[in-house]
Design a protein around this ligand. Structure first.
Ligand code: COS
Length: 384
């Protein structure tokens, strides 16, 4: 739902300019140093990017889902590691509090996320629990006015930078499935919380992940999200419904960027006496990419509008995430192909995108998990 087109246009223009003038020129340096310059992080804060989807009552922009995905399309025109830094505050690292937090939790933590003073991180995955999220083993045992957490979380985006973690842990060991799980806000620096060494990854240089380890980590009972035990898995799934629409949106944005780069190259690069863009086999790759991006963009917008209407988006979020992330992989492959030998060289940048976008088909639920969710929802609807 777009509330005020004029205000939204100003925001989208501002983001597009920031992407063009500040992020794109710094992509190479970030890839080489594995670090986003502090000055750029400061500008992201000033622009309000850490609080795009956090309600205005807590200082955020309170964008609707449709408005947010339009902003994400623009942000996707730069290396996706930039978005990664503020995306967890708007997405999986902040939405648990937005959706299910108590008024006190919202009042305390959301303004800190909005300003970018702290980064929020989402800790669901474990060494032995990935796609089967409900099998997680981290425990949270009530101990007076605290819970004692023990366990290890893995591949946690922004963990090295995080100020708070949304942690899913088992409060009822007798229940092996989803209903024994609760969600907690755990602050960095809490005794018993430690971080592993940052992971060496295929791409997304500048965005960091690592293990988060809990050893008798005492978390105040007041930090149980929503103040209720046993509903943490549902909180995580609701967060992921939104997160998957966001991943679909960034997939569209990055695919648009790669296609722009490939088109420009195809028009400049000459072979057989003319620009390669004039050859029909190149045109086929350009056209297929354009049509698939258009399809994914339409899906993302439709899913976003549906969420804004308060409708269930489990199926639509998974459809959009699956299609858009797979589409982005195909566009990356074609873009490298259009660049030819240059596509394999770091100098041209397109190989970096090729590596970066591989992640979209994996995180916030693999393509196979999206297939499972979509088919399961269809069968449930059919069989009642
Ligand atoms: N919104 C609200 N509630 C939801 C939900 C959603 N989108 N999806 C599931 N639930 C609820 C179910 O209704 C069920 O509650 P009831 O028992 O009261 O009916 C409960 O959560 C358990 O759901 P379900 O039985 O479907 O759980 P499963 O263990 O079968 O697993 C999948 C569901 C596989 C879909 C889930 O584990 C998943 O998404 N895995 C991938 C995890 C992931 O994306 N990891 C990435 C880490 S973040 S980068």
């Amino acid at each position: 739902m777009i509330r005020d087109q004029e205000t939204l246009n100003i925001l989208l223009d501002t983001v597009a300019r920031f992407v063009r003038e500040r992020l794109i020129p710094n992509e190479k340096e970030v890839a080489e140093t594995d670090r986003i310059p502090a000055g750029i992080v400061g500008e992201m804060k000033e622009l309000g990017l850490f609080g795009l989807s956090i309600p205005e009552a807590h200082g955020g922009m309170g964008l609707t889902m449709e408005e947010e995905v339009l902003a994400t399309f623009e942000i996707g025109h730069a290396s996706p590691c930039f978005r990664s830094l503020f995306a967890t505050n708007n997405g999986i690292g902040g939405q648990g509090i937005v959706i299910d937090g108590t008024p006190e939790q919202k009042a305390h933590y959301l303004p800190l996320l909005v300003s970018g003073e702290i980064i929020g991180s989402f800790a669901l995955t474990e060494p032995d629990s990935g796609s089967d999220a409900a099998s997680l083993r981290t425990t949270a045992v009530r101990d007076g006015d605290c819970y004692r957490l023990n366990g290890t979380k893995r591949y946690i985006t922004n963990a090295p930078e995080a100020g708070i973690f949304t942690v899913m842990a088992r409060t009822d060991p007798a229940r092996k499935g989803a209903d024994g799980i609760s969600a907690f806000i755990v602050e960095r620096g809490t005794p018993g919380l430690s971080l592993g060494v940052p992971d060496e990854k295929m791409g997304h240089k500048g965005s960091h992940t690592c293990d988060v380890i809990f050893e008798d980590c005492r978390v105040p009972a007041a930090n149980l999200i929503g103040g209720r035990e046993g509903v943490g898995f549902k909180t995580a799934m609701k967060v992921l419904d939104k997160g998957r629409i966001n991943i679909a949106a960034i997939s569209v944005g990055v695919a648009e960027r790669m296609l722009e780069d490939a088109l420009r190259y195809a028009c400049e690069r000459k072979q057989f006496g003319k620009p390669i863009a004039e050859f029909q086999l190149i045109q086929a790759m350009l056209a297929d990419s354009k049509a698939e991006i258009y399809a994914a963009r339409s899906m993302v917008l439709e899913a976003a509008r549906r969420r804004d209407q308060g409708l269930d988006v489990g199926t639509e979020a998974s459809c959009a995430k699956m299609f858009a992330s797979e589409m982005c992989g195909r566009v990356a492959d074609r873009a490298v192909q259009i660049f030819g030998g240059a596509g394999y060289l770091a100098e041209y940048g397109i190989e970096r995108f090729y590596r970066d976008v591989r992640l979209f088909r994996l995180f916030e639920g693999t393509t196979q998990i999206q297939q499972l969710v979509i088919a399961r929802n269809m069968i449930r609807a059919q069989m009642g």
